[in-house]
Design a protein around this ligand. Structure first.
Ligand code: DGL
Length: 287
């Protein structure tokens, strides 16, 4: 473990060439690692700085004021300490609550958010009955209601707020994860490939891809899972490409830099498990 991240110097001295600068990524905790995984697959030459705000999680059961304040504090930290060229909000809850304000307040910074993958789910579902697992904060947000309204008539969505699930994943509490996944799956079902069964499950919180085994055990082998990491990675590429800010090709992928406002050992073991990366994790205080 290291104490405090060393600041990342700005790239070169060409005023508008940001190509060598890092991309900032944050989540309330370990969940955004599922988005970082997709980002590294899409953009292997890029440098990433990841902040897990585990000391102030979960976001999904807190009010918007908390989530907006934390999102701004982390954005300021990433800009000041790492001179980031883009920000990925790897959290559905923070995107829903804070992305408009972030875009207003950091107007020069390309910012990519994540939303529950309802559109890809509707395009792929055969029964047009789709389960949506997300935090209470995401499901209650105006942004989510607008997304849902835009798909009216295209599919039937069964919404399920998963109180406690992100926290159980954060704590790596396998027994609780299994019990909650089973409980929420039962509330959504029946599952199957014939109408009117649910054949697709949207994992509308970036933590939930790390509960895939438990969910699979509850819903069976044929149900499709939709998560939002890959579209976020493609959108990040598009924004950087449009500005000419993509990192030059590299022979090896740069190792991401990690920090957390929670327990570094916990993030370190999640990184080893989910990204297969041995790495140091800095203990951060972000006020
Ligand atoms: N990972 C976050 C999301 O995508 C939220 C988890 C939490 O409640 O903190 O919504």
């Amino acid at each position: 473990m290291i104490q405090g991240l060393a600041g990342t110097p700005p790239a070169g001295n060409r005023v508008n060439d940001r190509s060598a600068d890092a991309i900032g990524v944050f989540d309330s905790g370990v969940g955004g690692l599922s988005v970082l995984r997709a980002l590294r697959a899409e953009l292997p030459a890029e440098r990433f700085v990841y902040v897990a705000d585990s000391g102030h999680a979960p976001y999904g059961e807190r009010d918007d004021t908390h989530v907006i304040a934390r999102s701004h504090a982390i954005a300021r930290h990433l800009i000041a300490q790492h001179h980031i060229k883009a920000l990925v909000v790897a959290c559905n809850t923070a995107t829903a609550a804070a992305i408009h304000r972030l875009r207003q307040d950091f107007a020069d910074l390309p910012i990519v958010g994540i939303e529950p993958a309802l559109k890809p789910a509707a395009a792929q579902s055969q029964t047009q009955h789709i389960g949506v697992l997300a935090t209470r904060g995401t499901l209650n947000s105006e942004k989510f209601r607008t997304l849902l309204a835009s798909l009216e008539g295209q599919a039937h969505f069964v919404l399920q707020a998963c109180d406690g699930l992100a926290d159980a994943i954060e704590r790596d509490d396998a027994i609780k994860i299994e019990a909650l996944c089973d409980h929420f799956a039962r509330a959504i079902g029946p599952f199957g490939l014939q109408e009117p069964a649910v054949d697709t499950l949207v994992l509308g919180c970036t933590h939930y891809p790390f509960a895939t085994d438990a969910l699979r055990a509850s819903v069976g082998p044929q149900i499709a899972f939709q998560e939002g990491g890959a579209p976020v990675a493609r959108q990040t590429r598009r924004l950087l490409e449009a500005r000419g800010w993509l990192a030059p090709q590299a022979k090896t992928s740069p190792a991401p830099v990690f920090g957390t406002t929670g327990d570094p050992a916990k993030l370190q073991s999640a990184i080893a498990r989910w990204l297969q990366l041995p790495t140091d994790v800095a203990a951060l205080t972000i006020a």
